[in-house]
Design a protein around this ligand. Structure first.
Ligand SMILES: Nc1ncnc2c1ncn2[C@@H]1O[C@H](COP(=O)(O)OP(=O)(O)OP(=O)(O)O)[C@@H](O)[C@H]1O
Ligand SMILES: *[C@@H]1O[C@H](CO)[C@@H](O)[C@H](O)[C@H]1NC(C)=O
Ligand SMILES: *[C@@H]1O[C@H](CO)[C@@H](O)[C@H](O)[C@H]1NC(C)=O
Length: 312
């Protein structure tokens, strides 16, 4: 199994979401009663990997979880989704990444994220999995793990002519410019584009301008996702970006829409590598539009069997 080549490899995060619904958010020192509790699988890296896997490509996840119940459970979740787990490491030095989320009746939330084991994925683990990185078609990274680890993984992929997708999320204002240089596709949302460029990104025109600024920093292409408005796509050496409109649907829960989009994009880059990027983005919009019509994060991500044949 480990000898085989993968279509999509994700180097990124795993998080267990612990969600409590209560009438209001507790104050300091206060204990209140909520009315519902559930555990969900999250983490941008894992989400994106699972969406790609559900569309039918061979995927592997490179990540670190704790040697604990949540870590064991997350590995089982990958297996249930046909994601290869041979490169998932478990550590006793930290707990599996967790997000404690309280949601009040008005839909507002208070969240504590403990990245835990995610931050312990480093150079040594990447060296061990270099053969898999070398042979994959597409490598995907985000910023929920140590930034140097992400950058190194992207660089290793680049050095081996593997296509790279970088999702600078959560965004940092002073992102190392090497991230742009190692990204074939640099894909972010409006608020991330705004933070990175320092310019407002609230509409399609402003997104066109932000995409041009991001492309100048050295990536191969830029995609800025715009929620219900779809996305803008700009490829080097072109100077004008294309607006790819979204699919009109009734959204019930947009959590994870960006991850569904990026997972789908990785799928198309691996399975239809000669397709124009605008067409991949048009199809990824349609996959993500399905995800916003279901509740939850991974629970709302569609499988190949749920989607029209024309998307494949
Ligand atoms: N209301 C919607 N209707 C249709 N498609 C949507 C809607 N919201 C999001 N999408 C699809 O999902 C993609 C990603 O959405 P968005 O730009 O909101 O990313 P995001 O902010 O990273 O998502 P989130 O933070 O909610 O997970 C969009 O490009 C679009 O294709
Ligand atoms: C963009 O994604 C970040 C997570 O990285 C999220 O916090 C933010 O709300 C998103 N912005 C928009 C406009 O959806
Ligand atoms: C795309 O996936 C299908 C199986 O779902 C496979 O038969 C085909 O070879 C793949 N194409 C590429 C270019 O990877």
């Amino acid at each position: 199994m480990t000898e085989d080549a993968f279509d999509v490899v994700v180097v990124g995060s795993c998080m267990t979401d612990l969600v409590s619904q209560a009438p209001r958010l507790p104050k300091a020192g206060e204990t209140i009663h909520g009315h519902k509790f559930f555990i969900g699988f999250g983490g941008k890296g894992a989400n994106q990997c699972i969406q790609a896997a559900r569309l039918g490509v061979k995927t592997a996840m490179i990540c670190k979880v704790g040697k604990d119940f949540f870590g064991d459970n997350y590995i089982q979740n990958f297996k249930d989704n046909d994601v290869h787990t041979g490169f998932v490491r478990q550590t006793s030095e930290a707990a599996t990444g967790a997000a404690s989320i309280t949601v009040n009746d008005a839909g507002e939330n208070a969240i504590v994220i403990v990245a835990g084991a995610n931050m312990l994925l480093g150079k040594d683990e990447l060296q061990e999995v270099l053969p898999a990185i070398r042979k994959t078609k597409v490598l995907v990274c985000q910023l929920e793990i140590n930034a140097q680890t992400s950058l190194q993984a992207l660089q290793m992929a680049r050095d081996n002519k593997v296509k790279t997708i970088f999702n600078p999320a959560p965004a940092v204002p002073d992102l190392d410019y090497n991230f742009y240089r190692v990204s074939d596709v640099f894909c972010c949302n409006e608020s991330e584009a705004e933070l990175l460029t320092g310019c407002p990104v609230n509409n399609v025109d402003e997104a066109h301008r932000a995409a041009q600024e991001l492309l100048r920093r050295g990536c191969g292409a830029v995609i800025i996702t715009l929620g219900p408005q779809g996305c803008v796509v700009l490829k080097a050496p072109e100077s004008t970006s294309t607006h790819v409109p979204g699919t009109a649907v009734t959204a019930v829960d947009t959590t994870g829409a960006g991850d569904s989009f990026i997972g789908a994009l990785a799928f198309y880059m691996a399975n239809h590598s000669s397709m124009p990027l605008e067409e991949m983005a048009r199809r990824a919009n349609q996959v993500a539009a399905v995800s916003v019509q279901g509740v939850g994060t991974q629970t709302s991500f569609p499988f190949k069997r749920d989607l029209p044949a024309k998307l494949f």
